[in-house]
Write a protein that binds this ligand. Structure first.
Ligand code: SF4
Length: 481
C-alpha cells in the first residue's frame, strides 16, 4: 500500500479527538519555557548574545566562519547554529561539549556524503513518516533546543531539498495527525484481513511509533498530548519519543509534563512510553569540581547536574516509562573509553538503559565527525572492560541501507588458511531489516581496514557475505556518493 503525496493537500486537516482523548487533553497544562536560546551565528558575530556568552567563539573562529559565508562551504547552510543557556553553561567548561555545539570550518572542508542518509525517502509512504522496519518513525518537528554539529537529520533541520521517489525535489516535511492516523488504521486493517501480515510488505500490525524530528520535546505539552492520544486511539501500543532535551534543557521535564504523562497513563494504561534519550558524554549530566573532575557522591555514584538528576529521578518513578540511551561516537566528542565507561555506569545506576552506540552516518560532511568503524568498536570494547553485565548492554551499530547492522567483533590475528584475514577481520551482523527483516541475523566478514568509516571502505576485502552488505547491487547505494 503506497500513499502518494497529495499535491492538493496544502490545507491542514485538524485533529478531531475522541471523547476519551478530549477528557485527557482538557487536563493538560501548557506553560511557556524560556530556554535562553541563541539561534544563528549572527548573534555571536554581532555580539548580540548575553555578556557571559561573548567570547564563546573567538574572533578568529568567527572570522573563519564568516569567510565561508555564501560559498559552497557555508557551515550554517549545512547545519544552523543553535544553543540553549543550560547547554552553554556546560559547554563553557567542557571541550567535548564545545566541539558538539560550536560550528567549525572543518565541517565543510569535504562535503562528501548522502543527501538522504539511509535512503529514507524510499520508505516514506506519507509525508513525515518512514515505514521501513516493523515500527514507524515520524518527524513531528524539524528543530531541537540546540543543534549538534554532527546531526544525522541535518537535511531535515537545515530544510535541504531532497530528491523523492517520484523524481520531484523538495524539503522534508513533518507528519500530521489526521493523515498518519488514517495510514495506521488502513495498514492495520489490511494486515488483519490478511491473517496478520501485509500482503505487499509482509509486515505485521503497526504497534510502535517513534516520534522524532528534530526533538519532540520542543513541542508544547498540548501538542505532545494530541500525538499521544491520537496514536493510542488508533491502536499504537508503544510510543517512542526520541529526545536530547535532558542534555539541552532538562527543566522541560517539569511537573506539568509529568502530570500530563500520568493523566495519559490513567486514561490509556496499556500504552507504554519509551523515551530514547541521547547523551554523548558524561559532561552533559555530571557536575565537575574546579579541577574538572567528576565529584563522588558520598551516598554512591557521582554527583549529577541538579535539574538533570531531578528529571531522571521523576522518569524512573513511572512504571510505564522506559528510558534508553543511544548515541553516536564522534571525533573530538566522546572518543574516550573512560568517559564512555563512566557514562554507561552512571546511566544504568539511574535507570537508564544503554542500548546502542552508533558509528556516524554517511551524512554530508561526515568525514569531519566519523571515527573509523574499527576505532569505534575498540572504543566500546575498551569502555566496557570492568563494567558489569547489566551495565554493558550497549552494542555498536552502523546503519546500512539494508537495515540496522551490528559491528560484532574486530579481531587482530590471521585465521589460518583463510586468505584476506592477515590483519584480522571485522564481523557485521544485520540486526534489523526493511519490511519483515528477511536477512536478520545474517553476517558479513571482511578483512580489516583501520581507515574505513563506511561500508565502502571494505568493498575490496569481503571474505564472506551472507547478509548481502557488499553485494554489487547494493554498492551503488551503500557506498558514499
Ligand atoms: S538532538 Fe538529534 S536531531 Fe537534534 S540536532 Fe542533535 S542529533 Fe540532530
Amino acid at each position: 500500500m503506497m500513499f502518494k503525496k497529495d499535491p492538493k493537500a496544502t490545507i491542514k486537516r485538524k485533529y478531531q479527538p475522541t471523547e476519551k482523548a478530549q477528557k485527557f487533553l482538557d487536563k493538560v497544562e501548557n506553560p511557556k519555557y524560556d530556554r535562553g536560546m541563541i539561534r544563528g551565528l549572527n548573534k555571536f558575530i554581532g555580539n548580540k548574545v548575553p555578556e557571559e556568552m561573548q567570547g564563546f567563539y573567538s574572533e578568529e573562529e568567527l572570522q573563519a566562519l564568516v569567510d565561508l559565508r555564501d560559498t559552497p562551504n557555508d557551515v550554517e547552510a549545512r547545519m544552523p547554529v543553535k544553543i540553549t543557556n543550560h547547554y552553554f553553561q556546560i559547554a563553557k567548561n567542557s571541550k567535548p561539549i564545545q566541539t558538539l555545539v560550536k560550528a567549525s570550518p572543518a565541517e565543510t572542508y569535504d562535503l562528501e556524503g548522502a543527501p538522504d542518509p539511509g535512503n529514507q525517502m524510499t520508505y516514506s509512504p506519507l509525508e513525515g513518516l518512514i515505514h521501513k522496519y516493523e515500527l514507524g518513525l515520524i518527524y513531528v518537528v524539524d528543530t531541537c533546543s540546540a543543534h549538534c554539529r554532527f546531526c544525522y537529520r541535518e537535511e531535515l533541520i537545515a530544510r535541504k531539498e531532497i530528491r523523492r521517489e517520484d523524481g520531484t525535489v523538495s524539503s522534508k516535511g513533518t507528519a500530521q495527525i489526521p493523515e498518519l492516523v488514517e495510514y495506521i488504521l488502513e495498514h492495520n486493517r489490511i494486515v488483519k484481513e490478511n491473517g496478520g501480515k501485509h500482503p505487499e510488505t509482509n509486515r505485521e500490525k503497526l504497534r510502535e511509533i517513534l516520534m522524532s524530528g528534530g526533538d519532540p520535546m520542543v513541542l508544547p505539552n498540548k501538542k505532545l498530548a494530541e500525538w499521544f492520544s491520537a496514536l493510542a486511539d488508533c491502536g499504537i501500543e508503544n510510543i517512542r519519543l526520541g529526545t536530547k532535551e535532558l542534555a539541552f534543557y532538562p527543566d522541560r521535564f517539569d511537573s506539568t509534563f509529568f502530570n500530563m504523562m500520568d493523566e495519559f497513563n490513567d486514561i490509556y494504561p496499556e500504552v507504554q512510553l519509551r523515551l530514547m534519550i541521547h547523551f554523548n558524554h558524561p559532561d552533559e549530566f555530571l557536575q565537575k569540581d574546579k579541577n574538572g573532575n567528576y565529584i563522588d557522591n558520598p551516598d554512591g555514584g557521582l554527583v549529577w547536574i541538579k535539574n538533570t538528576k531531578k528529571a531522571v529521578k521523576e522518569l524512573a518513578k513511572r512504571h510505564y516509562i522506559t528510558v534508553i540511551n543511544q548515541a553516536p561516537f564522534i571525533k573530538g566528542i566522546n572518543q574516550d573509553p573512560q568517559a564512555i565507561r563512566i557514562m554507561q555506569r552512571e546511566l544504568k545506576r539511574n535507570n537508564v538503559n544503554n542500548q546502542y552506540f552508533f558509528c556516524g552516518r554517511d551524512i554530508v560532511g561526515h568525514k569531519a565527525f566519523n571515527l573509523s568503524i574499527e576505532d569505534s568498536w575498540n572504543l566500546l570494547n575498551e569502555s566496557q572492560k570492568g563494567l558489569s553485565g547489566v551495565e554493558s548492554t550497549a552494542r555498536l551499530s552502523i546503519t546500512h541501507y539494508l537495515g540496522k547492522t551490528e559491528v560484532v567483533a574486530v579481531t587482530n590475528e590471521p585465521i589460518p588458511g583463510v586468505p584476506g584475514t592477515e590483519n584480522g577481520v571485522v564481523i557485521f551482523k544485520l540486526l534489523r531489516g526493511a519490511f519483515d527483516a528477511p536477512l536478520k541475523g545474517k553476517v558479513a566478514i571482511v578483512g580489516r581496514n583501520p581507515e574505513a568509516i563506511w561500508f565502502s571502505g571494505y568493498e575490496d576485502r569481503v571474505i564472506y557475505d551472507e547478509a548481502g552488505l557488499f553485494k554489487k547491487s547494493m554498492q551503488d547505494t551503500s557506498s558514499v556518493s
